[in-house]
Write a protein that binds this ligand. Structure first.
Ligand code: DAH
Length: 332
């Protein structure tokens, strides 16, 4: 029996060593030391032995069972570790994400145009001024020499705000109110440009937007005249559009300037294109701001920034600027 046991334990050990999985191992364990295992069967034969042999045989049998159980336990640890490693490998998630290069956007065309205008004027010695988008009649009209009865008020197609007296508060129809605010707060000499949003009741079409952008210029100093205005406009246009571009002034009318003019720039095809209005600041406007017209004179100008962008980028329709279609905007 002892010899038989020895062979059995050896066979069990080699089977256990050869087990390739935990299931395999359990099967082997059952074969040898399970309820119906070979050693369990052997135990049942103990009764047939003589009592003195029985003890020794029983002991050997128990040792054999515990030897096999030990081998199984050790092998189980190895197989369990391997099974866990395999599971981890199989269930591993690849969390790396291939991200394409971030596409960098750019400033809006109107912002680009405004920034460049500011740069050009700052380079000429101007500073940048600002004013509110909601104005009172004083700043939008009266101080600019446009009294209530003045027909020019109608041409501004003003959007009024329902606040205070009727037609007293409004969305500014032009950036010219910033002239007044600057002169009220600043002693001459004054050299400012004021870019900003302006509003009129216009219906949007290919050449109009109800909310648009203007830039205002104002110079107040001693001995300033029309020649300074013409020279400033010419310098700015050449700096902004290029040296080949010519400018001209055409007589016009604005209540806040006298004389007044429209200024045009030359196009490559030889035509003239109207850019904005300008003139020598009306003495009444200076007086409205507490500035002595005998001592100080000046000029002012104003034009649309959106239209400038339309010209510069040869757009067919000004509404493209506010449609926010990425396919359009990303071209520039
Ligand atoms: N504010 C005028 C407009 O929107 C444009 C303008 C004309 C501005 C003459 C000026 C100026 O400063 O002198 O129609």
């Amino acid at each position: 029996m002892v010899v038989e046991l020895h062979a059995l334990v050896q066979r069990a050990q080699s089977d256990v060593d050869g087990a390739s999985s935990l299931d395999d191992l359990e099967e082997i364990e059952r074969t040898f030391i399970g309820k119906k295992g070979e050693l369990t069967q052997l135990k049942k034969t103990l009764g047939q032995l003589a009592p003195d042999e029985r003890r020794a045989a029983g002991q050997s049998l128990n040792e054999a069972v515990s030897d096999i159980a030990n081998t199984v336990r050790v092998r189980r640890i190895t197989l369990a570790a391997a099974a866990e490693a395999e599971q981890l490998r199989a269930e591993r998630l690849d969390l790396t994400e291939a991200v394409s290069d971030l596409k960098r956007g750019h400033l809006h065309l109107v912002t680009q145009a405004r920034d460049r205008l500011e740069d050009v004027f700052v380079g000429m010695g101007f500073t940048v001024a600002e004013g509110p988008e909601v104005e009172t009649a004083w700043y939008n009209f009266e101080a600019l020499n446009i009294p209530e009865w003045h027909p020019a008020r109608g041409t501004f197609d003003t959007i009024f705000v329902d606040l205070g007296e009727p037609e007293e508060v409004m969305m500014r129809a032009h950036t010219s109110p910033v002239q007044i605010r600057t002169m009220e707060n600043q002693e001459p000499p004054i050299y400012i440009v004021a870019p900003g949003r302006t509003f009129r009741t216009d219906t949007a079409d290919a050449t109009h937007l109800p909310a648009f952008n203007q830039i205002e210029g104002l110079v107040i100093d001693r001995g300033i005249g029309l020649g300074d205005l013409a020279g400033t406009i010419d310098s700015f246009v050449k700096a902004f559009f290029g040296h080949e571009v010519k400018t001209r002034l055409r007589p016009s009318y604005f209540p806040f300037t006298e004389p007044s003019a429209e200024f045009d720039i030359s196009t490559p095809s030889g035509d003239w294109l109207e850019l904005g209005g300008c003139g020598v600041v009306h003495p009444a406007v200076l007086q409205n701001c507490g500035i002595d017209p005998e001592e100080w004179q000046g000029f002012a100008f104003g034009f649309g920034i959106d239209r400038l962008a339309v010209m510069r980028y040869q757009l067919d329709d000004i509404r493209e600027l506010v449609n926010n279609d990425v396919r359009f905007l990303s071209q520039f």
